[in-house]
Design a protein around this ligand. Structure first.
Ligand SMILES: [Zn+2]
Length: 93
């Protein structure tokens, strides 16, 4: 992480959540489009789960690609199934 703050998006509409200026953990932020919202605390937890999930999928895909190009490597673990998350961020993967 580079300390740059990421815009949190609605997992369904992919639009930035709206909330109070400089929200605290107990403040509620919500999607202006579908009204999906939660406290900042819960939204951050969801986004962290999303980032972790996406990062493992990304790494697995990279390992799988490498294995496909190599005759010395095989990769046959179960594929991580894409999940949907209530809230997401743009990850620069
Ligand atoms: Zn929405």
């Amino acid at each position: 992480m580079d300390g740059e703050s990421k815009t949190i998006l609605c997992g369904s509409c992919k639009v930035p959540l709206q909330g109070p200026e400089d929200p605290g953990p107990k403040d509620t932020v919500a999607c202006p489009n579908c009204d999906r919202g939660d406290t900042v605390e819960n939204v951050v937890k969801e986004v962290e789960a999303y980032a972790e999930h996406e990062a493992s999928r990304y790494l697995q895909d990279a390992a799988r690609d490498a294995a496909q190009r190599s005759q010395f490597m095989t990769f046959d673990g179960p594929r991580i199934t894409p999940r949907t998350f209530r809230f997401i961020v743009d990850l620069d993967l």
